[in-house]
Design a protein. Sequence first.
Length: 196
Amino acid sequence: MRWVAGADEAGRGCLAGPLVAAAVLFDYERLSLSDLRSLTALNDSKQHTEEGREELYPRVLRAATRVAVTSRCVRGIDEVGVHVTNLHALSDMLRRVGREGGICLSDGFRVPPTGFDQRHVVGGDGRSAAIAAASVVAKVTRDRFMRRMAERYPSWDFDVHVGYSTPEHRAAIERHGISPLHRLSFQSVAYQQLAL
C-alpha cells in the first residue's frame, strides 16, 4: 500500500510518568532512496540504545508524511486504567495521521475503530517500519520528558530509569514514598512489595 500508518506507545509498564502514544504515516511513493537508507536501522525502540533512538528520531520526522504524539497523564491513567488509556491513545493517534486508501497498523493491540482500514500486528514494532518509527518517536518523547522531570523530582532518579520498575526505583520509593508522577492504580509486584 502507498499510505501506511503505524502506532505504538511508550511507558505502558512504568510505575511513574505518562503513557506516550505516537503514530507515523509513511507515503511509500514519496520516500526517496535517501529516506529509505536513513530508516534501515528502524526496529523496536527497545532494541536501540538511547543514542540510537535519538539518531533515528529526526530521520523519522524528515521521512514521515504525518506524525502525531499524545501524552496521557498519570491521573487519567489512574481513572480508567493503563490498558484502556493505551487503546484510546493509539486509536486517537492513528485517526490523526490515517489517510483514506491507506492502512493503519497498531502494535499488538486491537484498537478502537479509526475510520480507516486497520490491523493489529503482533510484534509489529519489529515487523513494520511505520510501527517501529512510532515506537521510536513515543520512546524518545517520553524519555526526554522524564529526564526533565528528574530536575523537579530529584529523589527518584527519573533520568536513570525513566519511571520503569527497577531495583533502584523501588528503593527510592521505599526511601521517599511516591511523587506526583507515580501511578496509584498500577497493580505492580513492585508496589505490592512496598508499604505505601
